[in-house]
Design a protein around this ligand. Structure first.
Ligand SMILES: [Zn+2]
Length: 572
């Protein structure tokens, strides 16, 4: 895997390479597992790697990527629902499916935009001459572009922590909805959908009646697939065998919890007999409806009670203390907190309706942490006394308190390396004790980062074919949000005009330390650039060097020095 070292690298559709840690750097004392943690180990049974076969030619590849991939055998053709999390895993899944039925693939369906359902698609596509249909909701491509585009650096880094991809693989028990994320094991293989719909789509594929319904929930672009002849339901990620991720700690915009309940109700109305979720094992019989029912009740309870308590004036922390799941919901094997949790859900629902201000005036404009650190330190008798409090918290195994004290000491930059070591110890302890794998992996990753000798993350550059899947607009959006205001002259106005061989034009106007992007070229261009879309995409993604591209005539620029200088404005 080559490392990117070219002139400009904006982290566009780059993927963090997995497992680059040297030897296990966090050699912390052994911590006895609690029963709760043992349940997490039990939960791994959901992800035993195997292809399960069901009636009507439906087969489930479970435990390869973190999401399941389904094969449905049709008349002379096959249909794939969800394409696993990587080309690396898609190759294994394809081999298994091909041994069952070697017919060509007529359609690949994405239940939603997340990488664990889309990034292996290219492998399936490359195995045949005729391109299959790629079916998804009409907003799926936009959602993919958002994650691959402006949010890529932070989502990539937080996902890596949440899924534990930089931890030694044996330290990851599971990731709650799958065994281990393989996204970074190969270059991303996303293929843009070519059949999309708004509310619903009913078509016959290879002799099978397919019904696709928009069903916002875990994501806004979520769909479910209904095969009426088989009474088979593919709910995507709107149900799996763990408490739903009403919020994900890797970071997400607000998830519409109410819409999620409505989507489950639409599934229940179909009276499905067999349910094939995109994570965890399929289930069927009377149990199928009962499970959908308790799941929707669990979500509605959290939503409604959060609103009720919010309306009484409670702040998120108070709501968390006052909310208690109904006994049947709390006892359901489908609602154990192996992915989402009640606590994070409450905060997210509150935030979705009211935004970040809790209502508590002390939290509107709190004093900065370094100042609070000084006040607290003075209160207890100086930084040494505060440091002693941290040591005491570690000894007493009050590890969350230890983390909070370490925030203060780090803000004061007091005995920073010792504080970091204690912080790592607290993170390691809390991670090891957590039965929620998201928390576990995030905390263990942080512990490793704090004291480990981990090599810097390698980046797998995207392949040129992947760049074709992403529109030019996204690249300009990424440029905008990478503008470093310290590198531009606030008094200068630069108008860079791009003309592409495709006929597309883009103007980028630098003014007042913002880059405005326009689709129409003005008459007063300071800089003129003529090139192919693919060339500029590769330059911006770090695959090609702009100097070489100018020299070879692939990038024609009237003022090349100014152009190269302009590119530096978008570097960190
Ligand atoms: Zn998923």
């Amino acid at each position: 895997m080559k490392k990117i070292s070219t002139f400009l690298q904006l982290f566009i559709i780059s993927i963090l390479l997995l497992g680059c840690s040297k030897t296990d750097p966090v050699s912390m004392p052994l911590i006895e597992k609690t029963t709760e943690v043992e349940k997490l180990f039990e939960h791994s049974k959901e992800f035993t790697q195997k292809v399960y076969s069901y009636e009507n030619g439906i087969h489930a590849a479970v435990g390869y990527g973190i999401a399941n991939s389904y094969l449905i055998e049709g008349d002379g053709f096959n249909i794939i629902i969800d394409a696993t999390d990587s080309v690396f895993q898609a190759e294994k899944v394809f081999k298994e499916f091909n041994a069952i039925n070697a017919n060509p693939i007529a359609a690949i369906v994405y239940t939603h935009n997340h990488g664990d359902h889309t990034l292996g698609a290219k492998y399936f596509l490359d195995q045949q001459d005729e391109a299959p249909l790629v079916i998804a909701h009409e907003s799926t491509a936009k959602s993919v572009e958002k994650i691959f585009g402006i949010l890529n650096p932070i989502i990539s880094s937080r996902s890596s922590k949440m899924f534990g991809t930089a931890l030694p693989e044996e330290d990851v028990v599971n990731v709650g909805i799958g065994p281990y994320l393989s996204v970074g094991r190969s270059a991303p293989g996303y293929i843009k959908p070519n059949v999309t719909f708004d509310n619903e789509l009913k078509i016959n594929i290879a002799g099978i009646a397919f019904e696709f319904f928009h069903a916002p929930g875990e994501t806004d672009d979520q769909i479910f697939v209904w095969l009426p002849e088989y009474q088979a339901l593919f709910p995507g990620d709107n149900i799996y065998k763990t408490f739903p991720n009403l919020y994900t700690i890797r970071g997400t915009s607000h998830r519409d919890v109410n819409a999620w309940v409505n989507s489950l109700d639409r599934m229940i109305a179909l009276e499905p007999k067999n349910i094939f979720p995109s994570h965890t094992l399929p289930f069927s019989g009377d149990f199928a409806i009962e499970t959908l029912m308790i799941y929707r009740d669990g979500i509605q309870f959290i939503h409604d009670q959060t609103i009720r308590l919010m309306n009484q004036g409670m702040h998120p922390e108070e709501i968390i203390e006052n909310i208690e799941l109904p006994a049947a919901v709390a006892a359901s094997p489908y609602l154990q907190e192996f992915y989402g949790t009640v606590r994070w859900s409450v905060k997210s629902i509150f935030n979705g309706y009211l935004g970040w201000f809790s209502g508590n005036i002390s939290e509107l404009d709190p004093i900065p942490t370094f100042k609070r650190a000084k006040f607290v330190s003075n209160m207890v008798g100086g930084p040494d006394a505060l440091f002693a409090e941290l040591e005491k918290a570690i000894t007493n195994e009050e590890m969350q308190w230890a983390l909070e004290l370490s925030d203060l000491l780090l803000a004061m930059d007091y005995r920073a390396s010792e504080v970091a070591r204690y912080r790592a110890e607290a993170a390691f302890y809390l991670g090891t004790m957590a039965s929620n794998p998201n928390k576990r992996n995030y905390f263990l990753s942080e512990a490793q980062r704090l004291i480990g000798d981990k090599e810097p993350d390698n980046i797998i550059p995207p392949e040129a074919s992947m760049l074709d899947q992403i529109p030019m607009d996204m690249f300009f959006d990424v440029l905008r949000v990478n503008l470093n205001p310290d590198k531009v002259d606030p008094n200068e106005i630069i108008t860079a005009c791009f003309e592409f061989s495709s006929g597309l034009s883009k103007a980028m106007i630098l003014r007042n330390q913002v880059a405005q992007i326009k689709g129409v070229l003005p008459i007063d261009c300071t800089l003129n650039i003529q090139t192919d879309e693919q060339v500029l995409k590769q330059v911006l993604a770090g695959i090609k060097n702009p100097i070489t591209e100018i020299a070879s005539g692939n990038l024609i620029v009237d003022k090349d020095v100014q152009f190269l200088k302009l590119l530096t404005v978008f570097r960190p």
